[in-house]
Structure formats: C-alpha cells, structure tokens
Design a protein around this ligand. Structure first.
Ligand SMILES: Cc1cc2nc3c(=O)[nH]c(=O)nc-3n(C[C@H](O)[C@H](O)[C@H](O)COP(=O)(O)OP(=O)(O)OC[C@H]3O[C@@H](n4cnc5c(N)ncnc54)[C@H](O)[C@@H]3O)c2cc1C
Length: 246
C-alpha cells in the first residue's frame, strides 16, 4: 500500500520512476520484477508488475548494503530514473500486480520456512558435536542436565516444525496452500530458528560469540528471518484475520 514507484504510459512504452530498498540479489540481478503504481489513487488495485532490464538507461544500483548477517546474499537499493519500458515489459494484466504478488507469497513463505528448519537442524548438529567434546568442571558439557534438556527441547521444536512444513509443502504441491496456513508456518519456523540459534550459541559459551565458531553465523543469519518476507507481526495479523476477521 505504501508503494511510491510509479509507471506512466507514454505512447507504446511505460516510463518508470522511483526506488526500491533492501532488494536481495539486487547487485547481481540482470532482470528484476518491479511493482509500480499504474493507477494512482487506487492503492493495491492500481499496482502492476514490470520485467525490468537492469542494464536499461536510468536504472542504477547502490553499493551492497552492509548487513550484520547473511553476508553471502547481496542486498541493494535500486533506483529508476525515467527508465523506458516496452509494452511487453508488463507482467500479467495492468493493475493486477497486487493479486499476482498475493498469490505468490505463500510459495515465498514456504521457501523461507525451509531455510529456517534446515538452518535449525544445522545449528543443532554442530552443537551436539561441540557439547560432546567440550569439558567444564570435569565433565562434558553435554552431560549437564541443563544441556540435555535444552537440546531435547530444540530437537522437539524442529521435529514439530518439520512435520508442519511437510504438510504445507504437500498442500502447495496440490495447489491448496492458503495464505494464512503459510503465514502460520513462516511465523512458527522463523521464531523457532531464532530461539534455536540463541540456545545453541549459549551452549558454546564465549566461543559462540566469536566469528571463529560457525554457530555465531547461524545466530546473525537467523535474525532477519522474522523480518523479511513479511514480519512475524504481519504473519500474526494474517492468522488473526483468518480466525477473527478484520
Ligand atoms: C536482508 C534483507 C533482504 C530483503 N529482501 C527483500 C527483497 O528481496 N524484496 C523486497 O521487496 N523486500 C526485501 N526486504 C524488505 C523486507 O521485506 C522488509 O524490511 C520487511 O517487510 C519489513 O518492512 P520494513 O523494513 O519497512 O519495516 P516496517 O514496516 O517499518 O516495520 C517495523 C516494525 O513494525 C512492525 N509493523 C509494521 N506494520 C505493522 C502492523 N500492521 N502491525 C503490527 N506491527 C507492524 C514490523 O513487524 C516491524 O517489527 C529485505 C529486507 C532485508 C533486511
């Protein structure tokens, strides 16, 4: 609803102006899909999607944004200054951009949940290894009841989320995954990932806070998962609407 980038018709072409922030793979991209206002005043119903050549005149990219994690994934600002687009750059029907995006969001959220669950499993794997090697007060830290119970909780949470993920993946394959079910999955799995990364890092003690130990990377990489692709607050709102209405 707060999109300000707009495309104006000019003869057989469109003229695109505006900018986008936090675009994953923005630096590497040769072709981007841009949501732009084509019917001002109509909000979501006046939004269209365009396929934009990143080498077109007037298309500019910022430098890579300096993030606290996910360093292997570039994130950039994109600027459009009178970028001329051919008529065939319009993706789908004019003013149908919002509907197309809404239809695609469950798939994106399923993908983010897959990352959340696999990353949590990875964090658990390296933590299991560490607690069976590291000793404190004359015993392996994996023998302390606190460690055993924490890791039992982590394993249980991951197993529950994986089961829900498999159910959603099956629904997606059958064309039945709804927006609110995908929102529940993204909410549950990403919040879990942050808890898991935090609890696993704790078991590494001071070493966990160093860049030398990969658990610290699990920790910083996890933090964005409850923010992008629709934040946890927005996911809760979607779920609440499905049970309480607007
Ligand atoms: C690394 C990274 C990669 C990204 N990749 C992409 C990308 O490829 N493409 C793309 O389009 N975007 C991308 N984003 C943008 C991302 O989706 C947004 O940052 C995210 O949706 C949150 O929007 P915002 O930053 O404007 O926060 P805001 O909307 O300002 O939200 C700030 C806080 O307010 C809360 N809030 C906002 N609205 C409500 C509400 N109605 N009810 C309750 N709480 C609310 C939010 O949950 C959040 O906690 C990326 C962001 C990052 C950091």
């Amino acid at each position: 609803q707060s999109i300000r980038t707009h495309a104006t018709p000019d003869g057989d072409e469109w003229v695109l102006n505006g900018s986008k922030i936090f675009i994953t793979n923005g630096i590497h991209a040769d072709l981007v899909i841009v949501a732009a206002i084509t019917d001002p005043g109509k909000g979501a119903k006046g939004t269209s999607l365009f396929l934009v050549d990143a080498h077109a005149p007037g298309f500019e990219k910022s430098r890579k944004i300096d993030k606290i994690g996910q360093h292997t994934s570039d994130t950039a600002l994109l600027f459009f200054n009178d970028v001329r687009l051919p008529a065939e750059a319009l993706l789908g029907d004019e003013n149908s951009g919002f509907i197309i995006m809404m239809n695609e969001l469950p798939r994106e959220r399923l993908g983010i949940a897959a990352q959340a669950i696999a990353a949590s499993e990875g964090a658990l794997d390296i933590t299991l290894q560490y607690v069976q090697e590291r000793e404190a007060f004359g015993q392996k830290i994996g023998q302390f009841q606190n460690t055993r119970f924490k890791l039992a909780d982590v394993k249980t949470e991951i197993t529950l989320n994986r089961a829900f993920y498999e159910q959603c993946a099956r629904q997606y394959a059958e064309g039945r995954l709804t927006a609110d079910t995908a929102a529940m999955l993204k909410l549950a799995s990403c919040e879990m990932q942050c808890r898991v990364a935090d609890q696993c890092l704790q078991l590494f003690g001071g070493y966990g806070y160093t860049a030398e130990y990969p658990i610290s990377r699990f920790y910083v990489d996890a933090r964005i998962q409850t923010i992008y692709g629709g934040s946890s607050e927005i996911m809760r709102e979607l779920v609440a609407r499905s049970i309480l209405g607007r």
